[in-house]
Design a protein around this ligand. Structure first.
Ligand code: NAP
Ligand code: GDP
Length: 325
């Protein structure tokens, strides 16, 4: 029997999927491609994972031994507020199809992706991996949050009933090359990079939504990608692990706007549009569990990562997801 690992990455064309592909192809150290590994990166063109039939056809075609499950309906605060039912249903369907088909195909390991949005809104800080189901999530994104929480519940059920090795990771806010830079529906960093770029190019005002006071921990997609590869190869637990920079690296949305202004080279003033929502004030997460496993992991400094993401956006303006095409 072949010992080849066939690793299927769902959502391979997205922010995180593209970063994993980049690390697999470019890292010369321990995170790059290893002998005996075959990586397959899916896009929605390979099949709509909300359909059980399409999902089965993909598994029959590639016969994966391992799965990194990233595909999801994803969006920033404002998209989450608009489409709560879509976030709940699409993600429930996609996740159930992937986990159940992986079970039927006797896949050896599945690593799925949660988010720090899944944690209870009213909580003590820092948040850790044991607190996912402790209380209702924030009102703004409860559809997405409940769908994601159920991945953790399903992982435990597949393990307890069948011994399947299905686990999950919990990244904090992610950004980087290949992000969704749409002006309305994106997350804060790509949204503000695009807005600031237009303000500089066209001499138009640059407005940051909300008060600028909320706090977030951001992880660069290429750092997250390395951690995903490590989880796939070495993390044995079924319980999730938070993948994040430390609590001391939490920044305010104003800090984010300042870093973006610097990296874009915008010289005008900017304002806060306080008629727009702030969302959750903070969701400060502990990376103590990760640091116990990988005490020497080096995160890319925030300003360097913002610079690389901004440069990627400017160089790829015509093909990036900007909502223009
Ligand atoms: P993204 O850039 O929006 O990419 C989403 C990916 O999912 C794309 O490859 C997309 O394919 C695919 N997809 C969406 N709906 C699909 C469907 N019905 N059938 C098949 N494929 C589908 O998202 P991302 O930021 O990389 O997110 C990846 C994972 O990380 C998600 O599980 C997300 O919840 C999680 N996460 C993200 C963040 C963040 O800040 N971005 C934070 C925490 C966790 P197409 O390109 O073909 O449309
Ligand atoms: P969240 O962590 O799930 O809330 O994800 P976001 O990436 O959407 O971050 C939202 C925070 O950034 C909120 O406090 C918003 O008010 C603030 N923000 C400021 N400008 C923007 C913007 O252009 N887009 C988004 N999505 N958020 C913005």
């Amino acid at each position: 029997m072949s010992n080849e690992k066939v690793i299927l990455v769902t959502g391979g064309s997205g922010l995180v999927g593209k970063a994993i592909e980049w690390v697999i192809e470019n890292d010369n150290g321990k995170y790059g491609k290893q002998e005996g590994e075959k990586w397959i990166f899916l896009t929605s063109k390979d099949g709509d994972l909300r359909s059980a039939e399409a999902t089965r056809a993909i598994f029959e075609k590639y016969k994966p031994t391992h799965v990194i499950h990233l595909a999801a309906l994803v969006g920033g605060l404002f998209k989450n507020m608009k489409y709560k039912l879509d976030f709940l249903r699409d993600n429930l369907l996609i996740n159930d199809n992937i986990l159940h088909t992986a079970h039927e195909h006797k896949v050896k390991k599945v690593v799925s992706c949660l988010s720090t949005c899944v944690f209870p809104d009213k909580t003590t800080y820092p948040i850790d991996e044991t607190m996912i189901h402790n209380g209702p999530p924030h009102e703004s994104n409860f559809g997405y949050a409940y769908a994601k929480r159920l991945i953790d519940t399903q992982n435990k059920a597949y393990h307890d009933q069948f011994g399947d090795h299905f686990t999950s990771v919990i990244p904090t806010n992610v950004f980087g090359p290949h992000d969704n830079y749409d002006l309305q529906d994106s997350h804060v960093i790509p949204g503000l990079v695009h807005k600031c770029y237009l303000a500089k190019k066209n001499g138009t005002p640059f407005a940051v939504a909300g008060t600028g006071k909320p706090l977030r921990q951001f992880i660069y997609s290429r750092d997250l990608a390395k951690l995903f590869v490590w989880v796939l190869r070495e993390y044995e637990e079924i319980d999730p692990i938070i993948l994040s920079v430390g609590e001391k690296d939490e920044v305010s949305i104003k800090d984010v706007a300042d870093a973006i202004v610097k990296s874009v080279g915008f010289e005008g003033d900017y304002t806060f549009d306080t008629s727009k929502a702030d969302g959750q004030y903070k969701k400060t997460a502990s990376n103590a569990k990760l640091m116990k496993y990988l005490p020497d992991f080096q995160f890319t400094p925030f300003e360097v990562a913002v610079k690389e993401s901004t440069e990627w956006f400017i160089q790829n303006y015509d093909s990036a997801r900007t909502g223009n095409h």
